[in-house]
Write a protein that binds this ligand. Structure first.
Ligand code: AMP
Length: 202
């Protein structure tokens, strides 16, 4: 079993225009709380970010929000508050992303925009380079990530994926299956957050 039972969720600061996205975030958040896993996320209170964190909090679960100073000021003015038990304020986006990485035993991308895409792709890049072996899950709600999967396939067929097996995310279309899948991966011992020495050298 991995020592670090925390799941980092990358997701949209917007809600998107289909209610299934927010519903999936709530399902994932509940499941994280029920399984005594800590949510690590970007600290936003709106959109899919607010939905997933709100669901963990409603389920009496643990939440760490990690937010850069400039976004915290923006969040302070939006009138919505979430009482998560740990808030880490970072100097900038780079420090935020590295802190999220260090604290997490697995990574999930729910639907989101450019920020979400950048965050999960970075984690896949580090996996491809052998910097970690932790589970990475694309929550393919209503086929949201199909275009990315198509692009990855295209990169493979055109000869640009040098270590595709290392970068390959797990793809799950039902949000209730995400946590059980990650827990199975942790328990199998094939992946996990026990690779701290790798983090230090990155
Ligand atoms: P996007 O998918 O483009 O909505 O971006 C999601 C990511 O953007 C989050 O993981 C955060 O890195 C960041 N982000 C954007 N707006 C906010 C906000 N108001 N509060 C916190 N993080 C935000």
């Amino acid at each position: 079993m991995a020592e670090n039972r925390s799941i980092c969720v990358y997701c949209g600061s917007q809600a998107g225009n289909d209610p299934v996205f927010e519903a999936a975030a709530v399902t994932l958040g509940r499941s994280i709380a029920e399984n005594d896993i800590r949510l690590i996320y970007g600290g936003g209170t709106h959109g899919i970010m607010g939905a997933v964190a709100g669901a963990v909090i409603s389920g009496n679960g643990l939440v760490t929000g990690i937010i850069p100073e400039f976004l915290k000021s923006r969040e302070a003015g939006n009138g919505k508050k979430l009482s998560f038990d740990e808030l880490i304020v970072t100097r900038d986006m780079h420090e935020r992303k590295h802190t999220m990485f260090e604290k997490s035993g697995a990574f999930v991308a729910l639907p989101g925009g450019i920020g979400t895409l950048e965050e999960i792709i970075e984690i896949m890049t580090w996996s491809q380079l052998g910097r970690h072996k932790r589970p990475m899950v694309l929550a393919n709600i209503a086929g949201f990530w199909d275009p990315l999967l198509e692009l990855l396939n295209h990169m493979g067929t055109t000869g640009f994926l040098h270590s595709a097996h290392l970068a390959e995310p797990l793809v799950v279309s039902d949000a209730s299956e995400i946590v059980p899948l990650i827990v199975r991966q942790w328990e199998s011992g094939s992946t996990g957050a026990g690779d701290r020495e790798v983090i230090d050298r990155m």
